[in-house]
Design a protein around this ligand. Structure first.
Ligand code: ZN
Length: 145
């Protein structure tokens, strides 16, 4: 059976993630403005996306660990189409991939940075955007110097 949820939240006009039970630690940390990811208890590598086993060694033993929040912009695309009404005032906007110092790559948004100033390799840091009382998104912004 499919989980039931609204694709677009009526209050915010935004797409909201569906939170699966195995992701609760990630979302709880985000509400506290912390970035926590799974770190393998066997090979010690961190990983993302969230999953039941380490993608490096397939161990199912892990702990949730606080990440530095620091990383570099690995890649990006610029969207010129508003896929929901919420995006209409925001085009063009970027979807970026950030490579954390700890290794994992997150697909996210870059706040406080016009698209023409985005550069591959630029240092970025985690930022947290409260969307609803339950959901805080992990975003990034150019790192303070
Ligand atoms: Zn591992």
């Amino acid at each position: 059976m499919q989980p039931s949820f609204k694709m677009i939240d009526e209050k915010t006009g935004r797409y909201l993630p569906f939170i699966y039970p195995e992701e609760l630690a990630f979302w709880e940390a985000a509400r506290e403005r912390k970035l926590k990811l799974q770190r393998c208890s066997s090979c010690r590598k961190a990983w993302y996306p969230i999953g039941p086993a380490c993608p490096h060694c397939f161990s199912t033993k892990f702990e949730w660990q606080l990440m530095s929040g620091r990383g570099k912009l690995h890649n990006y695309v610029i969207y010129h189409k508003a896929w929901t009404p919420w995006f209409e005032k925001r085009v063009p906007y970027a979807v970026v991939q950030v490579q954390l110092e700890e290794g994992p790559r997150l697909t996210t948004n870059l706040l406080d940075c016009p698209v023409e100033k985005i550069r591959i390799g630029m240092p970025v840091e985690a930022a947290f955007e409260d969307i609803t009382g339950e959901i805080t998104l992990v975003q990034f912004r150019p790192a303070a110097r």
